[in-house]
Design a protein around this ligand. Structure first.
Ligand SMILES: CC(C)=CCC/C(C)=C/CC/C(C)=C/CC/C(C)=C/COP(=O)(O)OP(=O)(O)O
Ligand SMILES: O=P(O)(O)OC[C@@H](O)CO
Ligand SMILES: [Mg+2]
Length: 259
């Protein structure tokens, strides 16, 4: 499929305005040891109603980022493949888009603007959709990869007003999307109170991820106001969970049609 300049933003804006629920599958290249086995396990995905595929990781030890992006493109059909970069190196022009993240929850200039400056000239040469995204790490329990890599302190679920203030600052800085992140493999996802408060404050597509490893947790994030949820680790552990969480999303969207 030809790349269209704003295909991904249309998907996100439509989920938001129609109050429908979306799902992104996060693929961490570091967890893919065999591309053939990966392809065989997920060859059905192009026919599913998955909204987006994210590719990225906080640390990449395998040096297979570009190979993985291209393999994912080859099995994704019309589903856009979006880079979710942990660093300025995680950029490839075969992807359809990139979450241009700034880690607003932290105070490390390298993750607020440094990595972005490094990557900007390369991204500017690419035919790739850039999605300006306020990225907020919110977690009170775990020491997650994002925290370790960025050397920043997460926001607290117990301080929703401060999370809201941070999300609003992102909006006023011109970021079109807000991503509330508990961190990959988090034991507890972002609290429903935080999701709903940010949702009412920003009136923009809201992405929520980290620690969503049961259908119940997916439903709770949807009910609290997430427009798009992101699931990674749970699918690494059990590939069948992708179909389960897709069914949960469809059920939720079907019930919206009825009500
Ligand atoms: C815009 C550009 C080019 C770069 C942005 C760089 C920034 C600000 C990154 C934010 C901080 C960060 C390290 C994000 C990582 C996001 C990510 C893909 C997390 C997934 O974590 P995993 O690596 O899967 O964790 P585990 O595998 O350890 O569970
Ligand atoms: O791997 P999980 O815990 O699903 O987290 C997904 C994503 O939000 C992490 O950046
Ligand atoms: Mg991971």
């Amino acid at each position: 499929m030809l790349k269209s300049k704003n295909r991904i933003s249309k998907i996100l804006q439509k989920l938001h305005s129609a109050q429908r629920k979306g799902l992104a599958w996060l693929i961490d290249p570091d967890k893919i040891a065999c591309l053939k086995a990966f392809q065989d396990t997920f060859d059905w995905v192009a026919e599913s109603d998955l909204d987006l595929i994210f590719v990225g990781g906080s640390q990449l030890g395998r040096d297979n980022f570009v190979e993985v992006v291209r393999k994912v493109k080859s099995i994704s059909g019309d589903i856009p493949v979006v880079l979710f970069p942990g660093s300025s190196f995680q950029v490839d022009d075969q992807a359809d888009g990139i979450l241009f993240l700034s880690l607003l929850s932290g105070r490390n200039p390298e993750y607020l603007i440094g990595q972005q400056v490094q990557a900007a000239p390369r991204i500017n040469q690419m035919d790739i959709e850039v999605l300006p995204t306020a990225y907020l790490l919110v977690n009170d329990q775990d020491q997650t990869s994002v925290q370790n890599v960025s050397q920043t302190t997460p926001l607290s679920n117990a301080a929703p007003d401060f999370v809201e203030a941070t999300a609003l600052a992102g909006k006023f800085l011109g970021m079109d999307y807000c991503y509330l992140e508990a961190g990959s493999g988090a034991s507890i996802p972002v609290a429903q109170q935080v999701i709903s408060q940010v949702k009412s404050a920003i009136d923009a597509p809201l992405i929520v991820g980290g620690g969503i490893d049961t259908v119940d947790k997916a439903n709770r994030a949807f009910y609290a106001g997430a427009d798009l949820i992101v699931v990674g680790n749970a699918i690494e552990k059990d590939p069948g969970f992708l179909a389960e969480v897709l069914a949960c999303k469809s059920f939720r969207n079907a019930s919206l049609n009825v009500n």
